[in-house]
Design a protein around this ligand. Structure first.
Ligand SMILES: [Zn+2]
Length: 404
C-alpha cells in the first residue's frame, strides 16, 4: 500500500472547538508518553491499557477514537526516543510541543466533491473544516483509485493521506541510467536504436546550501549572546533551506520520471546506502550527501507511485572502470576518464555507462543491448534545465550541449 500525504489549507481559521481538541490531544499524547516511559512500553495497545482509564476520567467526553490515535502518536514518539537512547545520543524526556492531532480514517469524513471535512470532537459535537481545493488537489480528490487514510490536523492546515495499491511496473522497453553528482544527474539513455547522453542539472541546490550556511553563521555571530534566539533563527533558516531545495529536487525528479514514463524506461540509479565519506567537516558540508539521497528517495517514491521500474546498482568502482576493456584505474581523474585502450569519456557519463553495464550483466534490464561507443560523438539531451524548468528534448535539437 502506498501512501501520499497531501497538504490542504483551510478557507477559514480553525473553529475554537477544534483548537480545544488539538490541546486535549496534545495533553493525551504527553500523558501517554510519561506513562509509557514509566512502564517501559511503546506499543499502542499497552499504552491504552495503562493510560486510557486515567485520561478518560479527566476528559469523559473526548471522542474515543481520537484518544486511541493519541496513544498511537505517543507510541511513535516513544519508539523514536528509545532508538535514540540505544544509539547513545543524549536526549531529554520527550515532550510534544507542537499542536497537532491525528484521526484515523474511521474517525472523520471527507466529502471529496465539496472538500468539506466532518470532524467529530465529542459526543454530539462535530466541526466542519472547509478545505481550499486547487487543481493539484483535485487530481487526488477525483481519483477513485485512491482511498482515504489518516487525517492530520495542524493549527493552520490539514494533511490528508491518500492511499493506493502499488501499480504493476511496466516491462521496460528502454533504460535510463543516471549517475548522481553534486550538481547534476548525468547519464545515458538506451532504447531501440537510440543511444543518447542525458543530463538533468540542479546546480542551484549547492548554491542554496552555501547561501543558507553563510546566513546561519552570520546569525550565530550576531546573536552569540542569546543562544535561545540564535537557535530559533537558525532553525527557521534550516527549514527554509530544506523547502527550497526539496522544491528543486521535486522538479528534477518529475522531469526524469516524465522522460522515463514516456519512453517506458527502467531507471538505473546507484545505491547510495552506506556511502560514508571520511572527509573534513568543511568539505563534508559542501559535498553533503543529503540532497542526493533525498533526490533518490523522491525519484524512487514517485516511480513506485507510477509503476516505473527502478534498478539500484552498487556504485563501487563505477567511476574508475573502463567500460570497453574493464580496466580499473587506481585513482580518480579529472573531468574526463581516459583509458590506455583509447576510450575516453566525461567522467560522470562514464560512471553511468558502468552502472548500466552492471545492470545488464545482472540481467536486470530485459533483453536490451548497447554499445558504449555510441555515446562518444553525440549531442546531449537535457532532461531538466533550471533556467527553463522541466522539459525534455526528444530529438536533441534544442538546448544542446556538445560532449566529446
Ligand atoms: Zn579501456
Amino acid at each position: 500500500m502506498l501512501v501520499k500525504g497531501v497538504v490542504f489549507y483551510l478557507e477559514s481559521n480553525l473553529p475554537s472547538e477544534a483548537k480545544f481538541l488539538l490541546e486535549d490531544f496534545r495533553l493525551a499524547v504527553n500523558n501517554a508518553v510519561r506513562a509509557g516511559l514509566q512502564a517501559r512500553v511503546t506499543s499502542r495497545n499497552a499504552l491504552v491499557r495503562i493510560a486510557y482509564k486515567d485520561f478518560r476520567q479527566g476528559h469523559p467526553k473526548m471522542y474515543s477514537q481520537h484518544l486511541v490515535s493519541a496513544f498511537e502518536v505517543a507510541g511513535s514518539v516513544l519508539n523514536n526516543h528509545r532508538r535514540r537512547a540505544r544509539k547513545g545520543v543524549a536526549c531529554r524526556i520527550p515532550y510534544v510541543k507542537r499542536l497537532m492531532m491525528k484521526a484515523e480514517n474511521q474517525a472523520y469524513r471527507l466529502d471529496r466533491k465539496s472538500g468539506i471535512i466532518d470532524l467529530p470532537i465529542r459526543a454530539g459535537c462535530h466541526v466542519e473544516l472547509k478545505l481550499v481545493v486547487s487543481q493539484y488537489h483535485r487530481k487526488y480528490m477525483d481519483d477513485t483509485a485512491l482511498s482515504l487514510g489518516s487525517l492530520t490536523v495542524l493549527p493552520n492546515r490539514v494533511i490528508v493521506a491518500f492511499r493506493k495499491n502499488a501499480p504493476r511496473q511496466y516491462a521496460p522497453e528502454s533504460v535510463l541510467s543516471l549517475d548522481t553528482n553534486e550538481r547534476s544527474l548525468d547519464g545515458v539513455f538506451v532504447g531501440g536504436d537510440v543511444a543518447k547522453v542525458v543530463k538533468a542539472e540542479f546546480s542551484e541546490v549547492a548554491i542554496i546550501q552555501l547561501r543558507h550556511h553563510d546566513r546561519r553563521k552570520r546569525l550565530q555571530k550576531k546573536k552569540a549572546r542569546d543562544r535561545r534566539i540564535s537557535r530559533g533563527l537558525c532553525r527557521r533558516e534550516g527549514t527554509r533551506e530544506h523547502h527550497r531545495i526539496e522544491c528543486r529536487l521535486h522538479q528534477v525528479a518529475n522531469a526524469v520520471l516524465k522522460f522515463a514514463e514516456e519512453r517506458r524506461s527502467a531507471i538505473v540509479l546507484e545505491d547510495l546506502k552506506g556511502f560514508k565519506s571520511k572527509r573534513s567537516k568543511e568539505l563534508n558540508r559542501r559535498l553533503s550527501m543529503w540532497p542526493r539521497r533525498k533526490l533518490h528517495q523522491i525519484i524512487e517514491y514517485k516511480a513506485q507511485w507510477r509503476g516505473v521500474p527502478v534498478i539500484k546498482i552498487d556504485p563501487r568502482n563505477s567511476s574508475r572502470t573502463c567500460p570497453i576493456c574493464g580496466r580499473i584505474k587506481d585513482s580518480r581523474m579529472g573531468a574526463e576518464f581516459a583509458c590506455e585502450c583509447g576510450w575516453h569519456m566525461d567522467r560522470h557519463i562514464n560512471a553511468s555507462i558502468n552502472l548500466l553495464q552492471t545492470a545488464f550483466s545482472k540481467g536486470m534490464a530485459g533483453g536490451l543491448r548497447f554499445n558504449p561507443g555510441a555515446f562518444q560523438h553525440d549531442v546531449m539531451m537535457i532532461l531538466y534545465d533550471p533556467v527553463t524548468g522541466a522539459r525534455s528534448e526528444p530529438n536533441g535539437t534544442s538546448g544542446i550541449c556538445g560532449v566529446t
